[in-house]
Design a protein around this ligand. Structure first.
Ligand SMILES: *[C@@H]1O[C@H](CO)[C@@H](O)[C@H](O)[C@H]1NC(C)=O
Ligand SMILES: *[C@@H]1O[C@H](CO)[C@@H](O)[C@H](O)[C@H]1NC(C)=O
Ligand SMILES: *[C@@H]1O[C@H](CO)[C@@H](O)[C@H](O)[C@H]1NC(C)=O
Ligand SMILES: *[C@@H]1O[C@H](CO)[C@@H](O)[C@H](O)[C@H]1NC(C)=O
Ligand SMILES: *[C@@H]1O[C@H](CO)[C@@H](O)[C@H](O)[C@H]1NC(C)=O
Length: 479
């Protein structure tokens, strides 16, 4: 017996759950008002049932195309040609509109094939029920009492956190007509969606080579920004797993004001000489986690901009590129602080920098970057393995050289080893106006790469900082 997606009413639901939760009928109400995770009051023998329901819920959340409880919206059913030269943007939008308006667990499927796509914005919120926090549906498969025991098979789906999955299995190519993109827009942009999973193994090809000659941002500070391959704006509870971003026109992936974001198994690549093709840029976001990804670009593999907190980056292989950067910070007024960054178990190969913290001179406002840990990082042939640069100015001349007003403190470099391709392996150039505080170097072993200089050791350079050294120090500490 199966009643699929029937909206069973609250009294019946209470009836269904009450046998397991005994006197905890109120618990059920709180379950409905919040999420299952928050309900732990169903104790005793009942908690096993809630655990079982949780498991069912979890299975349901994973959603597969074959699951009868998920609605699948295939872009091809919305007219996508998937031939690589017909513009399929409209079909994608139509599919999204339906998927986003659907009340339930949804998969938007972009099957194998080549799709030419113009600028596109997948915008939420996707919950079309205003009283979403008190609405739920029960899928009732079988429920009957035998003489000695209750046999039940019950699965719940909560629409308070609507699960949208976008399964990109195809190869998406960005239109090369720059006039179609808005300023600082994304090519593919996601905004205001709660609980999106983007996965499927597909590729987002920005076709950047035609656009790179128009990038003047390396020489002109008031340049027009080219489109970002994948831009995430004001998203909550996002999962991005197993996708590829190729040759973006500008940044590959950017997060702005996102909370609770998990990215893994992402492959990002662009040529070493492509301008501003940063792998992942994070701004004004919190609880962000990136892991197990391969990034090789013409700019930073990962850049952690202003206003971020609780950002964790692990098991990233970076190179070519400019390394993993914090910043640049202190360029604009009203920038937020950066705090709670952890970068761990990463390999940097042939990059310009390993770990870099960069702040502009003459910052218009005060800000801070604090509580940052860089741990267990291997540098292979890296020009500046460890570098703090508080006089960062990528243009030939900056208007003023007044010291940076970004305060750097509580920064730990731990277990950093490998090779430096330049003589100065550790550069800590802090602001003259606000010297760095509590900078720790622990177990650093960086040898010079070049054979001619084998007899020489790498050196350190420090300004406006008193470093706390622990354990091995190669190069030797600043004196
Ligand atoms: C919201 O969902 C209902 C069905 O639950 C549907 O009839 C309606 O069209 C949806 N509204 C929007 C704006 O998608
Ligand atoms: C994200 O979470 C914040 C804080 O809970 C909330 O105010 C906001 O509306 C949420 N955004 C979306 C798109 O659900
Ligand atoms: C880093 O390199 C080591 C040794 O080559 C390897 O074992 C490890 O898996 C690499 N880690 C990443 C994140 O690529
Ligand atoms: C520092 O950051 C880590 C990682 O985000 C966090 O767990 C810890 O609580 C922070 N410490 C302080 C003192 O804020
Ligand atoms: C070191 O990296 C540079 C690029 O930065 C590359 O040209 C060179 O071949 C690399 N050397 C070794 C020994 O890997």
């Amino acid at each position: 017996m199966s009643i699929t997606d029937s909206g069973i009413q609250l009294p019946l639901l209470l009836f269904l759950l009450t046998p397991f939760c005994f006197d905890h009928g109120l618990m059920v109400v709180s379950v409905i008002g919040k999420t299952l995770e928050e309900s732990s009051s169903c104790s005793g023998s009942g908690s096993g049932v809630v655990g079982g329901i949780r498991k069912l819920l979890h299975l349901q959340d994973k959603g597969s195309t074959s699951s009868s409880s998920s609605a699948v919206f295939n872009v091809k059913s919305f007219g996508a040609q998937a031939n690589g030269h017909t513009d399929d943007t409209k079909a994608f939008m139509a599919a999204w509109k339906q998927a986003c308006g659907f009340t339930g667990t949804v998969i938007l499927l972009i099957p194998k094939g080549k799709y030419l796509i113009g600028p596109i914005k997948f915008t939420g919120p996707c919950t079309n029920v205003s009283s979403i926090n008190v609405r739920m549906k029960v899928r009732f498969e079988s429920f009957y009492a035998s003489r000695s025991s209750l046999v039940y098979h019950l699965s719940l789906r909560f629409y308070a956190s609507v699960a949208e999955e976008m399964s990109v299995q195809g190869y998406l190519k960005a239109t090369t007509d720059l006039s179609r993109y808005g300023s600082s827009a994304g090519w593919v942009e996601f905004a205001w969606v709660d609980g999106l999973t983007l996965t499927g193994g597909g590729t987002f090809d920005g076709q950047g080579a035609k656009a790179w000659p128009y990038n003047k941002c390396t020489i002109d500070s008031s340049c027009q920004l080219l489109p970002i391959n994948l831009k995430f704006v004001a998203m909550n509870k996002t999962v991005v797993r197993g996708i590829r971003s190729l040759n973006s026109k500008f940044f590959h992936i950017a997060l702005v004001e996102c909370n609770n974001f998990k990215g893994s198994q992402i492959k990002i690549s662009a040529p070493a000489n492509s301008p501003n093709t940063d792998g992942i840029h994070i701004e004004r976001s919190s609880s962000v986690y990136f892991s197990r990804s391969l990034i090789g670009t013409g700019d930073d593999c990962i850049s952690v901009g202003q206003g971020n907190s609780q950002v964790t980056v692990t098991s990233i292989s970076c190179g070519p590129g400019h390394g993993i950067s914090v910043g640049s910070l202190g360029r604009y007024p009203n920038e937020g602080d950066v705090k709670g960054l952890v970068v761990r178990n990463c390999n940097m190969t042939g990059t310009m920098n390993g770990i870099r913290i960069k702040t502009w001179p003459n910052s218009p406002g005060l800000s801070a970057a604090t509580n940052m840990t860089f741990e267990n990082i291997v540098m292979n042939n890296v020009t500046n393995p460890i570098i703090i640069d508080q006089a960062y100015c990528p243009f030939t001349s900056c208007a003023s050289l007044a010291p940076s007003r970004v305060k750097l403190s509580d920064i730990y470099f731990r277990k950093i080893r490998g090779t430096s391709s330049s003589a100065v392996a550790v550069t800590l150039e802090c602001s003259k106006g606000i010297p760095c505080q509590n900078i720790y170097l622990e177990d650093v072993h960086l040898d010079l790469l070049s054979s001619q200089e084998k007899k020489h050791v790498a050196t350190s350079s420090c300004r406006n900082v008193r470093v706390k050294y622990i354990g091995t120090q190669i190069p030797p500490p600043c004196v």
